[in-house]
Write a protein that binds this ligand. Sequence first.
Ligand SMILES: [Zn+2]
Ligand SMILES: [Zn+2]
Length: 330
Amino acid sequence: MNEKSSQRILAVLIGIGLLFIVLLPLVVGRRGRDDDAPFPKSHPRPIRDYVPGRSHRLEKLPPELELVKAFAKPKHAPVMGEWLQAHPEQGQTLADFEQERPAGGWHEGRVLYLVAVGVLTPAQEQLVERTRALLSDWYQLEVKVLPPLSEEIVPPESRRDRQNAYGTQWQTEPILDALLMKRPDDAAGLMAITATDLYPGPEWNFVFGEARYGARVGVMSIARHGDLMTEPTLVLNRTLTTAAHELGHMMGLQHCVAYECAMNGANSQEESDQAPNEPCPSCLAKLKLRLGLNPLARAVAVERSYADAGLPLGDLPAQLDVWRDAGVVH
Ligand SMILES: [Zn+2]
Ligand SMILES: [Zn+2]
């Protein structure tokens, strides 16, 4: 190979590399821009020979959760385009979670708050109310809806128009800043919900939701959750799962790499839809530790409310059978 042709090959390779760097952020729409969060040690933690979650699944959990581990599906190895392929996170074991407890202890707030940003239609308001009720069972906490925030909190320079079905987008940053001012002292998390599409920064296409972990605030959009008129149950399930996921981050849970789980990272709506609407036993163990919730009492409440709403029950009935057979009481 002469010098000229090797230079040309090098130029082409550099060109491809640059193109890759430029395009990569554009193809990644994230459920949460979660990897820039203040939780310190492990987010993300790229590793060699990546097999998600193998060691996590061996971790000993509280006895009632050990009983239902067998129902949880191990997290599948990531394929091209999926979250873990783009972000090979090491995840967070129960022991990691405990170790990452802030020095002063977790915040004592035990109320979750939802707040709309901008005007919602009556159907969208009803969606927020139904999500509120479901989240209350999900977390076994009181969930309140605050009076809506005006869209004026998003300044003109934080708005942009996209040539797609979702129209105007708002940048998450000013919304998260405004939430800090509005967050009640007893909030375990404050989640803003908007019907407008969101983006985290100029280099991103869009984002489903974004949370600031330690600050206990987050924002999510229902713009890409589907048509409330023709597919209300799907929209409700997506809204619940996204809200529960982001609130989980606010409580210190990182992405789950152990099992198929509501705390899995997702790069697209399709990938997000593959994840269950429920936490896996490992993430439930974290919630038990963090909130003192009783997994059996929670499962009883969630099964009832999911059934009433027509949402997928997943392994809940089987889990409850196991617990009842084993005499686990709440
Ligand atoms: Zn996330
Ligand atoms: Zn999990």
